[in-house]
Design a protein around this ligand. Sequence first.
Ligand SMILES: *Cc1c(COP(=O)(O)O)cnc(C)c1O
Length: 418
Amino acid sequence: MDPKKMHPESLMMSYGYKAHLSEGAVKCPIFQTSTFAFKTAEEGKAFFEIAYGLREKGADEELGLIYSRLNNPDLEILENRLTLWDKADDAAVFESGMSAITTVLLEFLKPGDLILFSNPVYGGTDHFINHFLPKLGIHVQGFTPMDTPEDIEAMIEAHPAKDRLAMIYVETPANPTLDLFDIEACVRLAKKYSRSAEDRVYVAVDNTYMGPLWQHPLQFGADFVIYSATKYIGGHSDVIAGAVLGSSEVMPRVKELRTFLGNMAGPHTGWLLMRSLETLKVRMERQAINAEAVAQWLAEHPKVEKVYYLGMIDDKDERHQDIYRRQYECAGAMLSFDVKGGEKEAFRFLNALKLVKLAVSLGSTESLAEHPATMTHAGVDLDLRNQLNITGKMVRLSVGVEHPDDLIADLSQALDQV
Ligand SMILES: *Cc1c(COP(=O)(O)O)cnc(C)c1O
C-alpha cells in the first residue's frame, strides 16, 4: 500500500521505521547515543560532504548518521511522521516551542528588517519580538484582530522600514480570546511586498492551538508552520518540545541554524513524541467533543457572562464566520469564558476546582484552567490587554479527555462557590 494514500493516523505507528535495523523491535528504540560509527573513513567523508553542503546529494543517497546534534534516528523518524499531518516537505524538531520560534525569526530576519506580527501572541514570543529583536536593529510592528487586511496594509505603507518588510508572523486563533486572523490575506500581502524570489516576505504561523489536525497553514500558502509540541502533539504534560515545518526551499536553512545553535530535541524527547503521535487523533477528537459539551453548558450558566469558543462565533460577525469556514476543520478544544464579576470571582472559581487542574499549558489529556490576565498574559501591555478583552473576569480552559459529565460537575460545583 502506498503510504501517501493513507491517512496520517494509520501511519503514526510505523512510518519511517525499519524494525529489522533494530533487532526486530516493534517500537523504535531510544537511540541514546551522541555519535555514530562510520563503516569506513570513505563513508564518513561522504556523510560530511552532504552535511556541510560541499556537494549535491546523489539520487539515492541519504544523509548518513553522524552526530546527534546533526541527526538521530528518533528525530528523523519523528520529523518524517510530523510532515504527514501538514503535508510538509520537511520538519525540524526542537527542545522547546520557543527554540522553534526563535530559530525561524533569527534565520529569516536581519538588522534593518521589519516584522509584522499578530497580537496577542504567546508571552514568550511577545517578549522575544518586543524586547530582543529590537536589540538586533529589527523593526517590529504589531496588529490586532480588529485590523482588517486593508488596515494592515496601511500600517506597512506608513512604516519607515516598509521596503524591508521580511516577515508576517501570525498566531491564529489568538490565545486566549480565540480571535481569528486570515492567513490567506497575510500571504497576499507577503507576495505583494516581496522584492524578488530571493528577497521575500515570509509568512510564519504558530499553529499550536489547532494543529496539526484542524488548521493547515501551509495549504493557505504560509512558509512555516510552528508548534509548541509541548501542547497537543506531546499531549501528556510530560515533555517540552517544538517543531517547524515547511517546504524544501526553506527547511534546510532552519535545520542549519539549529545545528549551530544546538537547540535540537534529544533522542528521549523524540521517542516521547513518537509515543504521543500514535494517539494524537483520538485524543484531539475526544477533547473537541468534550469542549463542545462544556462550552454549551457554560453558555447557559447564570454566572457566566460570555463564552469564547470557535463553535460559538456570533452570527452577525461575518468576518470571523468567513475566516472560520475557510480556515478551520473543527472548533477545537480550547475555550475561555468571563465569569460575572472580576478577578475575585474568577479566583474563587479557580480555587474551588477539584478535577480540573489550575495550571498553565494546554492540549494535554487532563483539563487545565488558568487566569490569563494575571498568569499567561500578565506581561502584555495593560491597554492592549483591555482592548483585547483579557480582563480579570476571564478564565481559560484547555479541555482534556475526561468524561464530559465529570468535567461539567466540577465546573458546576466551582461556579457555585462564586
Ligand atoms: C506554549 C506555547 C509556546 C511556547 O512553547 P514551549 O514549548 O513552552 O517553549 C508557543 N506558542 C504557543 C501558542 C504556546 O501555547
